[in-house]
Design a protein around this ligand. Structure first.
Ligand SMILES: [Zn+2]
Length: 272
């Protein structure tokens, strides 16, 4: 059994401000490193749950910012990690294909404009607004193109609600209750890891009952976002059209200057 784990940092317990990459103070660097440790522990809980459920292969994708956040020397040595950034495809979740048995999402955040969500950003507009996707449900839809079910999501109460509206019987772990854009009530890190471990185990055990989240193509895709993420939302480019959601996503990514960073600049660590 092969399990794929997509990760982000904004949805982990204890995280309530966007990363400030410009601030090189000792305090900020220490804070960022601390958040990465918390992320690593939550991801490790999901990895261990997958192996304890009988997986013989677990792929982790480091999905936030530079794609180089998880302190991978602290991860379970049985897994492999995909890090760095990729605009050449075949899609956003490299090595995810029909050979995977399930996708799990750790540390997800709500889509842009979600009321009272913590750090909401990125709002994918599909077919002129017939469907809106967060980064988490976008990952689920890409997996759906390969008939891979998304069996677990962790994050705040707003992202778990959105994903549940699309995948009703998915397992969830609400590791924090969002109170506003920059405030949340979190469970303690050790408790978050217990919740994630239990949820991933349940999700994998129930994977045959959980339908892949599939969006029928062809699709038109656009993204609403803004430089500061939170305030005014704007379309960044014209609609992209493609036969499937994953093809639309990659076409879109190639149009965005910051996602082509890996081929246009030498130092890819400072991102965006
Ligand atoms: Zn992120």
């Amino acid at each position: 059994m092969k399990i794929y784990i997509e990760t982000d940092i904004e949805g982990i317990a204890g995280f309530c401000f966007f990363e400030n990459r410009a601030d090189k103070s000792y305090e900020n660097i220490q804070h960022r490193y601390r958040m990465r440790r918390l992320l690593t522990d939550e991801v490790n809980a999901a990895v261990k749950a997958a192996f304890d459920s009988g997986a013989d292969e677990v792929l982790v994708k480091d999905g936030h910012g530079s794609g180089y956040n998880i302190i991978f020397e602290n991860l379970d040595p049985r897994c492999r990690i995909i890090h760095g950034r990729n605009c050449s495809g075949p899609h956003w979740l490299p090595l995810l294909d029909a050979s995977c048995d399930a996708l799990a999402l750790v540390g997800m955040h709500a889509m842009g404009e979600t009321p009272n969500a913590i750090l909401p950003h990125s709002k994918w507009k599909v077919n002129g607004g017939a469907i809106y996707l967060s980064e988490g449900s976008m990952a689920a839809a890409i997996a759906g193109d390969y008939s891979v079910p998304t069996v677990f999501v962790s994050g705040d109460d707003k992202i778990t609600a959105e994903i549940k509206s699309k995948i009703p019987n998915i397992e969830t772990a609400e590791v924090k209750q969002a109170l506003s854009v920059y405030q949340a009530c979190s469970v303690m890190p050790a408790r978050a890891c217990e919740m994630i471990y239990a949820g991933v185990k349940q999700g994998i055990a129930r994977r045959s009952e959980i339908k892949p989240y599939h969006i029928q193509g062809p699709v038109r895709l656009n993204l609403l976002d803004s430089p500061g993420h939170i305030e005014h939302k704007e379309m960044l480019t014209e609609d992209v059209e493609a036969p499937t959601i994953d093809q639309a996503f990659m076409t879109f990514e190639r149009r965005m200057s910051w996602t082509c960073f890996d081929t246009s600049k030498v130092d890819g660590f400072v991102f965006p």
